[in-house]
Design a protein around this ligand. Structure first.
Ligand SMILES: Cc1ncc(COP(=O)(O)O)c(C=O)c1O
Length: 379
């Protein structure tokens, strides 16, 4: 069955009432019939039917055995990090979501964990890693500079050294890219973004095929209480039904916006859909699209950045991405403000870098909006 069909079907109402959408079980606890033998559902922190249905839907779409639905994307990442033991170290892409970096930078030390930032996993020599390095964590394309990691070759080489591979696949979703197919151990998502798709909930997902790891992830999920509420599970499930349709439009619009921006003076665009992007060929080989996020450097000698941003009427100035509406943000002072200035400079997150999360509005309206903002912002 095709992805878009699976995204819609498969959540059967098991109450016998014939509801076309799966019911929302707004209950914290479940009556038990027997003092010795408990039913499938006991307490909603451990498992809830609405969440369980969503988790089956997500696992099925990813071609995975297991999925866990979490309260946020950061909760999904935190649960994956629970697999680390005191003394362990991880390799982390140097441009990942700012919250992920802040987690390792601020919460690792007290847990006796450490990390090393890696500029480019494609070139990284894994044979040199010290013994305490146990895992790698990466995003591809990265947030916000859209660097591409060659999943097949990097995962193969990391696994040859016995490293656990965790991929944050938020920008792509399983519709466009499935890291487990390349041998990744765990995939995490901020489902707040494309999966939910409407900027109305926070949610996360952890997906794996590893039978040995799943019980530990599940225990962390339950005991940290990092679970998705039944109502948000319902909303996420509803969002997933239109994920393929939305993502197709997001990336069609992103491509057109990127091409338009690329023709403007004083603008340097980062979007893997542009043929001259250094990761273009790898992206085409490992994903079935380029997604809806792009970033660009705006030459402040040509344009006044503030005026440009303020003049946009369809791109809301806000963090986040993956909702139906277009957004613009400045990573240096927003999504990645937790990075030190030195780190931002070393990896290219400059104050004139803007990130666009291109929505599903009419592309002509989006481009017209950018055009009028350029006109107003021109020095
Ligand atoms: C790539 C990526 N990973 C993880 C997160 C964290 O997700 P959440 O905000 O749902 O906790 C974000 C949020 O922006 C993100 O962009």
């Amino acid at each position: 069955m095709e992805y878009s069909t699976k995204a819609i079907h498969g959540q059967v109402d098991d109450t016998g009432k014939g509801a076309v959408t799966y019911p929302v079980y707004l209950t914290s606890t479940f009556l038990q019939e027997d003092v010795e033998q408990f039913g499938e559902f006991i307490y909603s922190r451990s498992a809830n039917p609405t969440r369980a249905t969503l988790e089956r839907q997500v696992a099925d779409l990813e071609g995975a055995k297991y999925a866990l639905a979490t309260s946020t994307g950061m909760a999904a990442t935190a649960i994956a990090f629970e697999l680390l033991n005191s003394g362990d170290s991880i390799l982390l892409s140097d441009n990942v979501y700012g919250g992920t970096w802040q987690f390792v930078n601020e919460l690792f030390e007290s847990r006796n964990l450490s990390y090393e930032l890696v500029a480019d996993f494609n070139q990284y020599d894994f044979s040199q890693v010290s013994e305490n390095v146990k895992a790698i964590f990466l995003e591809t394309p990265t947030n916000p500079l859209l660097h591409v990691t060659d999943l097949k070759q990097v995962i193969q080489r990391a696994k040859a050294q016995g490293l656990l591979v965790i991929v944050d696949n938020t920008f792509m979703t399983s519709y466009l890219q499935r890291p487990l197919d390349f041998g990744a151990d765990i995939v995490v998502y901020s489902a707040t973004k494309y999966y939910a798709g409407h900027s109305d909930i926070l949610a996360g997902l952890v997906v794996t095929n590893r039978e040995d790891l799943y019980p530990r992830l599940k225990v962390a999920h339950k005991l940290l209480g990092a679970i998705l509420s039944p109502f948000d599970a319902f909303l996420l499930s509803r969002g997933i039904k239109t994920l393929p349709l939305r993502l197709e439009k997001h990336q069609e619009n992103a491509q057109l916006v990127a091409e338009y921006l690329n023709q403007q003076e004083g603008v340097q665009v980062f979007y893997t859909g542009l043929p001259d992007h250094p990761g273009h060929a790898i992206q085409e080989g490992q994903a079935s699209g380029h997604g809806g996020v792009l970033s660009f450097l705006l030459d402040e000698e040509v344009y006044e950045l503030d005026i440009f941003v303020q003049s946009l009427t369809l791109f809301g100035f806000a963090v986040s991405l993956g909702g139906v509406e277009s957004l613009i943000c400045r990573p240096a002072t927003m999504t990645h403000e937790s990075y030190s200035v030195a780190l931002q400079e070393s990896i290219g997150i400059r104050t004139n870098l803007l990130r666009l999360a291109v929505g599903i509005e009419a592309s002509k309206d989006l481009i017209d909006d950018i055009k009028q903002a350029f006109e107003k912002a021109k020095r």
